[in-house]
Design a protein around this ligand. Structure first.
Ligand SMILES: O=C(O)CCC(=O)C(=O)O
Ligand SMILES: [Fe+2]
Length: 248
């Protein structure tokens, strides 16, 4: 039995409601009170953001040698690591993705804090997977699609949507074409289903100002970046912390 949005109970046909939101142990203002896919707050320093991250779980670096709080700045393709988002997209918009999709268990929370920005700098897009216009058949296709995930020297198979806590009606969305591709042509349509839904769904744009901090539920929410300009090259710097998740 699937417990995904819009999925019907096989016994009586009633729709199974989406899970109740997990409440963060924080006094943060949720952008969407009944959704709980992301939260915003202000932090005065990267240290304060790190403490916020510690209150959510265990902060983890994105790779060996990286600091827990690391900086994200727009880069030309030629200046970025080849397989990174900047390496693939440069200053173009970053498509909707989950962070660390190449990890067996992607980070549960992604904290982004604006270290520097001026008005006119590019925004970050957030999209709650539960707000996607997907039918029960679409959700099933996403859960059954087998994709190859490549991370460094390792590769493994994973669906785009995987249940994490079957009894708690919970699931995780993993999507990043930079490190994922269909294991067989028949599974390619699942990526198109997700991208089409993401294209028509209403997300929100985070307009950055120094100190603004966003906590993203990276298992539930996809995010992307608007196209960057010369102004962003000069003025835009975000700090990020990844927080590992509990459970499978
Ligand atoms: O710069 C942004 O707005 C987001 C960047 C991002 O999503 C990433 O580097 O993974
Ligand atoms: Fe990202």
């Amino acid at each position: 039995m699937l417990y995904l949005p819009g999925i019907r109970n096989s016994t009586d046909g009633t729709e199974i409601p989406p899970p109740k939101n997990a409440t963060l142990p924080l006094t943060l203002a949720p952008n969407h009170a009944e959704q709980g896919a992301w939260w915003t707050t202000m932090t005065r320093s990267r240290g304060e953001m790190e403490r916020l991250a510690q209150s959510l779980g265990t902060p983890i670096p994105p790779g060996p040698g990286y600091p827990i709080v690391h900086s994200l700045t727009p880069k030309y393709r030629s200046e970025a690591k080849p397989r990174s988002l900047s390496g693939l997209h440069g200053l173009d918009a970053f498509p909707f993705h989950s962070d660390c999709a190449h990890w067996k268990k992607p980070a549960r929370y992604v904290l982004l804090r604006c270290a520097r920005a001026s008005s006119g700098c590019s925004g970050t897009q957030l999209l709650d997977s539960r707000a996607l216009p997907l039918t029960p058949t679409d959700w099933t296709a996403l859960e059954h699609a087998v994709w190859v995930v490549r991370g460094g020297s390792t590769a493994f198979l994973a669906p785009i949507v995987e249940r994490t806590y079957p009894d708690a009606h919970d699931f995780r969305v993993r999507f990043d074409r930079g490190c994922m591709k269909p294991a067989h042509p028949t599974f390619a349509s699942a990526g198109v289903i997700l991208e089409r839904a993401a294209h028509t769904a209403v997300g929100i744009t985070v307009t950055w100002e120094p100190g603004l901090t966003v906590v993203i539920d990276n298992w539930r929410c996809l995010h992307g970046r608007d196209a960057a300009s010369d102004l962003d090259l000069q003025d835009r710097e975000l700090e990020r912390v990844l927080v590992s998740g509990e459970g499978p």
